[in-house]
Design a binder for this molecule. Structure first.
Ligand code: TRP
Length: 339
């Protein structure tokens, strides 16, 4: 797609940032990531691996580098097509950090102090409560506002940060004149929420201490089968969706998401069969569903030259899109033109 087409004005712009830490969970995949492929046709999409954000907590440099490349490959393996979307690494576009500084001067200390993620993270990393951890949401606002993004797909944990980005945009616009689009959260239509396999009253989370609670999209088939076989259910022996059957409800939801079958169809399929058969079927179906992502990830990971080329093209596009907006911001705040 040409640059001309990429900036077709009638298409809304979507921006999302992905941390280069860990692998997506089945919950992330079903709830969000697998829709990305479809979104790129409908929206002008920009996806960025946020390595600048990652260093707000301690990172081992070699691991950060490897994880960033891995996250990029994973993003493509999940269906982001670098010819349709702008896909790049945050630190490759200096405009994010530059805009972040300007926006930090329109952000109040009190606002940042109220961010629940800052409070949580500073409690968890008491030995490293650095200024970046505090100003993290300003950088996130810069990520979004630098592109004048209309929509931002985010999980519940990022809602407060997006709200702050909106407040910063409105405040800047009021003070300096209309400059930024005020972004809206993007909530996907089919947003199934997957629960832990070990405690189905809790959300499936990659940071769960119990390794069997969560399926990762790069888990191999044996691991997936094992996790489903150990999934917590109930003492009945009936595969049906009903209040109080949290474990079975969750497994049915997962099975439905990966096979497209309805709850009634699933109940009929497993009538008279035990939970053991059902769990194996869910494991098989999930493993089959994730197999193409795993093989595409392996193929891409082996082709560093291709990945590097995509990254270079993506950051060049990202730079050009944001430099125009940043120049406008600099003029608005009263900086002397750079001749
Ligand atoms: N803070 C987000 C997270 O932890 C990642 C992120 C950074 C982001 N910049 C963003 C998400 C911009 C959406 C838009 O998940």
């Amino acid at each position: 797609m040409s640059q001309q087409e990429m900036t077709t004005p009638q298409k809304k712009r979507i921006f999302s940032g992905i941390q280069p830490t860990g692998v997506f969970t089945l919950g992330n995949y079903i709830g969000a990531v697998r829709n990305w492929g479809a979104l790129q046709d409908e929206y002008e999409s920009i996806y960025c691996i946020v390595d600048l954000h990652a260093i707000t907590v301690m990172q081992e440099p070699a691991a950060l580098r490897a994880n960033t490349m891995r996250a990029y490959a994973l993003m493509l393996a999940c269906g982001i097509d670098p010819k349709k979307s702008v896909a790049f690494i945050q630190s490759h576009n200096p405009n994010h950090a530059e805009l972040s500084w300007v926006l930090s001067c329109s952000t109040m200390f009190g606002e940042l102090s109220r961010m629940t993620q800052f409070k949580d993270k500073s409690a968890r990393h008491a030995d490293n409560i650095n200024a970046g951890l505090f100003t993290y949401p300003v950088l996130m606002a810069a990520d979004i506002l630098a592109y004048n993004a209309d929509l931002v797909p985010i999980g519940a944990d990022q809602k407060q940060h997006l709200e702050l980005a909106r407040n910063i945009a409105v405040r800047f616009n009021q003070r300096f004149g209309q400059t930024f689009t005020v972004p809206e959260p993007y909530v996907p239509a089919s947003g199934a929420r997957l629960m832990s396999l070990q405690d189905p009253t809790k959300k499936m989370s990659k940071s769960d201490e119990n390794a069997n609670a969560c399926v990762f999209i790069l888990d191999d088939k044996d691991t997936i089968m094992r996790k489903f076989k150990r999934a917590v259910t109930d003492s009945e022996a009936e595969v049906c969706y009903r209040e109080g059957k949290d474990g079975i409800n969750n497994l049915m939801t997962i099975y439905s998401c990966v096979t497209g079958k309805t709850m009634d169809e699933i109940t009929a399929e497993f009538a008279g069969k035990g939970y053991g058969d059902f769990k194996s079927a869910v494991g098989e179906a999930v493993a089959d569903h994730l197999a193409p992502v795993r093989s595409e990830f392996a193929r891409l990971s082996a082709d560093k030259a291709y990945l590097n080329e995509c990254i270079a093209i993506g950051s060049e596009q990202a730079y050009r899109m944001t430099r125009k907006i940043l120049s406008k911001v600099y003029r608005r705040v009263g900086f002397v033109d750079h001749k």
